[in-house]
Design a protein around this ligand. Structure first.
Ligand code: PEP
Ligand code: MN
Length: 356
């Protein structure tokens, strides 16, 4: 059982973006006391986009976090971006560390941290890289795993885009954490709706969406006085607001109970339709192979651009009339057509005159 596997969903991580002062850390922890927190978070070294902003209190803040651990009983997690941060986290008895989005993008840096974690058993959270690259996220996790760390969880905090394309501060691209889950079946995945939305009023809706998808936990920035926060002021919740969010949050069951007959009926119907689709795809492929033969015999290319255009247009148009998204149909038929061309090219070579 991993440190990050919680019997009660969601695994909850809360606390300020940054540890600013002893009072701010203490009062935030006080506000959170009694809530079902598994980890209290605070940034001690802050990766800032531009120089000259508040870059964290460093080692001094670790003493404040030690106090929070001692008096409120919270386990503590902090961000590490250097091997030296790992050494200090261990020296001050931090319970967990996280690797931030600006660090996960850099394999050299992740490797330095992984090397510092060798032989140490501390739970590690790996945030996604700032760019939407699931392989890079996977690679970061693999480096930490290879260092021998057994308790690992991924944190989805959204992906950067240029300002004009933003609805949230960082785009969620939900398909990416879902793909990561496919790649690591047993890896807990948490959502950080604070950094996705960048806005306190939107945090609850994204937290709910994460629960609907099946995320295991939440990391939510919480500050005793959000408006006065030195970093990420717009997105932090007051402890009372976090409490309200948790009270409203609907937790979905990951495994649908088999005694839900209505769902079972719909699933069987979907199974039957899928089976018909596979039969049709197989027939479609037989026809493609026959067309491939004829193309060979008549010495014409397997790929015919005009024909592909016509296929795409007619299928998208038909789908659209039946309320199917054109992009969805286009993507599907691209796969069908690519596979068909691939099969035609695999046919044994024949000279046109031989088969005449
Ligand atoms: C943070 O959690 O405060 C932080 C800096 O996050 P990220 O790495 O996701 O930007
Ligand atoms: Mn932050």
């Amino acid at each position: 059982m991993s440190f990050f596997t919680s019997a009660n969903k969601p695994f909850l991580i809360a606390g300020p973006c940054s540890a600013e002062t002893r009072e701010q850390v203490w009062q935030t922890a006080e506000g959170l006391s009694g809530m079902p927190l598994q980890l209290f978070r605070a940034g001690v070294w802050k990766p800032r986009t531009r120089p000259g902003s508040f870059e964290g209190k460093g080692e001094e803040a670790l003493l404040w976090l030690q106090e929070v651990k001692k008096y409120f009983g919270f386990a503590i997690t902090i961000e590490v971006a250097e091997a030296e941060h790992v050494a200090l986290a261990l020296k001050y008895g931090m319970d967990s560390v996280w690797i931030g989005a600006r660090t996960t993008v850099n394999p050299f840096q992740v490797q330095h941290i992984a090397d510092a974690l060798k032989g140490v058993s501390i739970p590690v959270l790996v945030k996604n890289p700032v760019n939407p690259d699931v392989d890079l996220w996977q690679g970061g996790i693999e480096r930490i795993m290879a260092a021998g760390v057994t308790d690992i969880a991924a944190v989805h905090r959204g992906f950067s885009t240029y300002k004009t394309q933003r609805s949230y501060r960082n785009q969620p691209n939900w398909i990416i954490p879902i793909e990561l889950r496919r790649r690591f079946a047993n890896l807990p995945i948490f959502c950080d709706p604070s950094h996705i939305t960048g806005k306190a009023s939107l945090v609850a809706q994204v937290a709910q969406k994460a629960m609907n998808i099946g995320f295991d936990g939440l990391m939510i920035e919480t500050h005793v006085h959000p408006n006065e926060a030195w970093t990420d002021a717009a997105q932090q919740l007051r402890p009372s607001e976090l409490k309200e969010l948790l009270a409203q949050l609907i937790i979905r069951k990951e495994f649908a109970p088999e005694d839900n007959l209505e769902l079972e009926y719909l699933r069987q119907t979907a199974d039957n339709i899928d089976s018909e689709i596979i039969d049709l795809l197989s027939r479609r492929m037989e026809i493609s192979a026959q067309m491939g033969d004829i193309k060979r015999q008549n010495n014409i290319t397997a790929y015919q651009p005009d024909r592909w255009r016509e296929i795409l247009d007619t299928r998208c148009e038909q789908g659209y009339k039946l309320s199917l998204d054109k992009q969805y149909i286009a993507a599907l038929w691209q796969i069908v057509h690519d596979e068909s061309i691939k099969k035609q090219l695999e046919l044994p070579e024949q000279k046109p005159e031989e088969s005449a």
